[in-house]
Design a binder for this molecule. Structure first.
Ligand SMILES: Cc1cc2nc3c(=O)[nH]c(=O)nc-3n(C[C@H](O)[C@H](O)[C@H](O)COP(=O)(O)OP(=O)(O)OC[C@H]3O[C@@H](n4cnc5c(N)ncnc54)[C@H](O)[C@@H]3O)c2cc1C
Length: 348
C-alpha cells in the first residue's frame, strides 16, 4: 500500500488511535475533526474495566475488553514515548462496594457470574473494603476487588495521540467532513462517534448522554477506583494523580442533548457521598456531559462497510477498546486477519 491513502473522519480516542497506529505502520494518514478529543473522549472517566463492568448477556464484549486491556500497558508506553505526554495509566484495581442489603445481594450474584467466567475477583467484607480504601463509609456492607482493572486519563491520551500522530508525519485537518464523496484517499475510515450516522445514514448508532463531574482536592484521597451500587443505582469514583476525582455517570436517552442538569449532578453527588462521605469537602471543579455512541447490541461496528471502513459505536467502552480497535482496523487495511469479527458491520 502506498502513502497518503487513509483518511480518518473523527478525532476522538477511536479515530486518533487508528490514525496513529496506521502512521506507525508506514501509511500516510489524514485525520479530519473540527475539535479533536472534545466529545465523548473528553467526558470519559477512563476506566479500563472489563471485569467490573461485566454484565449478563455481554460476554462477547467482555472478551474484546480483556483482549484490549492486555494491549493497554504497551500502547500507553509507546504513546508516552511517541507523544511526550504522560497518560496516567494506573493499575491498583477496582473496589466494587454495596451500600445496603439488596445492593450486596446484587453484588453477590455478580460475583458468582464473574467466577463462572473465570474472572479474578475477591469477595470483601465491609471491613476489608475499608482496609482496601480507607475513605469508604462505615455503612458500606461489603464488596468485591477486581485486581486486573486499570484506568487512564483519556484527555491526556487524546493529547498524546494528536502529538504522536503528527510527530509520525500524520496530517491533522481541523474541519468537519460533510460528505464522503471525493475524499482524497484510497481508504476512508468513519470514526465520528455518535455523529457517524450523519455520514453513513442507516448506521444504527444513537447518542447516550452521560453527565460526569470532576472534583478537586488533596492528592491521594482515594487510592483505588471505586464503583458503588447505592440503593440500586450505580456510581463510580476514579482518582487521578493530581488529586482530581471523577464522579460518573448518568445514562440518559435524550438525543443530542448535552445540558448538565441539577438532577444529574444531584444524583451523582448523593450516591457518591453515601460511599465516600469525604467528597463533600472537595471543590466541584467541572460538570460535563458527553454522548456515548450506543448500538442495539452494545458492540461497536468495526470493519468494512460498503466502500468505507467504520469504527464507531463503542458506547461505554471506547477508551478500553481503543488499542484493539486501532489494531483491528489497521490489520484490515493490510488485509490481515480480523481481530474483532464479532463487531462486523455486516450484522446491521
Ligand atoms: C460520561 C462518560 C463516561 C465514560 N466513561 C468511560 C470509561 O470509563 N471507560 C471507557 O472505556 N469508556 C467510557 N466512556 C465511553 C467513551 O468515552 C466512548 O466510547 C469513546 O470516547 C468513543 O470514542 P469515539 O472516538 O468513537 O467518539 P468521540 O470521542 O465522541 O469522538 C468523535 C469525534 O468525531 C468528531 N466528528 C463528528 N462528526 C464529524 C464530522 N462530520 N467530521 C469530522 N469529525 C467529526 C467529533 O468532533 C469528535 O471529536 C464514557 C463516556 C461518557 C459520555
Amino acid at each position: 500500500m502506498n502513502a497518503s491513502d487513509v483518511f480518518v473522519i473523527g478525532g476522538g480516542i477511536v479515530g486518533l488511535s487508528i490514525a496513529w497506529r496506521a502512521t506507525t505502520r508506514g501509511l500516510t494518514v489524514t485525520l479530519a475533526d473540527p475539535d479533536p478529543g472534545s466529545q465523548a473522549t473528553r467526558a470519559s472517566a477512563g476506566m479500563l474495566a472489563p471485569v467490573s463492568e461485566v454484565t449478563y448477556t455481554e460476554e462477547p464484549l467482555l472478551r474484546l475488553g480483556l483482549a484490549s486491556l492486555e494491549r493497554w500497558p504497551a500502547f500507553a508506553g509507546e504513546l508516552e514515548a511517541a507523544g511526550g505526554i504522560p497518560v496516567d495509566l494506573r493499575g491498583d484495581g477496582t473496589v466494587e462496594v454495596a451500600y445496603d442489603a439488596d445492593d450486596l445481594a446484587q453484588l453477590d450474584e455478580l460475583a458468582v457470574f464473574e467466577e463462572k467466567l473465570g474472572l479474578r475477583v475477591e469477595r470483601l467484607t465491609g471491613r476489608q473494603c475499608r482496609q482496601a480504601e480507607p475513605m469508604l463509609s462505615p455503612n458500606v456492607r461489603g464488596g468485591l476487588l477486581a485486581r486486573d482493572d486499570l484506568w487512564v486519563n483519556p484527555r491526556r491520551v487524546a493529547q498524546a495521540l494528536q502529538q504522536a500522530f503528527q510527530n509520525a508525519g500524520g496530517r491533522l485537518v481541523r474541519e468537519r467532513v460533510t460528505t464522503l464523496e471525493g475524499l482524497p484517499a484510497d481508504h476512508v475510515v468513519v470514526a465520528a462517534g455518535a455523529w457517524s450516522p450523519s455520514l453513513l445514514p442507516g448506521l444504527p448508532i444513537r447518542p447516550v448522554k452521560g453527565q460526569i463531574l470532576r472534583l478537586r482536592g488533596p492528592r491521594g484521597l482515594l487510592g483505588t477506583c471505586v464503583r458503588g451500587t447505592v440503593r440500586g443505582s450505580e456510581v463510580y469514583l476514579v482518582p487521578r494523580d493530581d488529586g482530581e476525582i471523577v464522579v460518573g455517570a448518568t445514562m440518559e436517552e435524550l438525543g443530542f442533548d448535552t445540558r448538565v442538569t441539577a438532577g444529574g449532578v444531584y444524583e451523582l453527588l448523593r450516591d457518591a457521598r453515601e460511599i465516600v462521605p469525604g467528597i463533600t469537602e472537595l471543590e466541584l471543579a467541572e460538570t460535563f456531559a458527553g454522548l456515548r455512541p450506543g448500538t442495539p447490541d452494545n458492540l461497536p461496528y468495526v470493519g468494512r462497510h460498503g466502500d468505507v471502513w467504520v469504527a464507531a459505536g463503542h458506547h461505554r467502552a471506547g477508551v478500553l477498546l481503543a488499542p484493539l480497535t486501532a489494531d483491528a482496523v489497521v490489520a484490515g487495511l493490510f488485509g490481515e486477519a480480523d481481530l474483532m469479527p464479532e463487531c462486523t458491520p455486516a450484522r446491521i
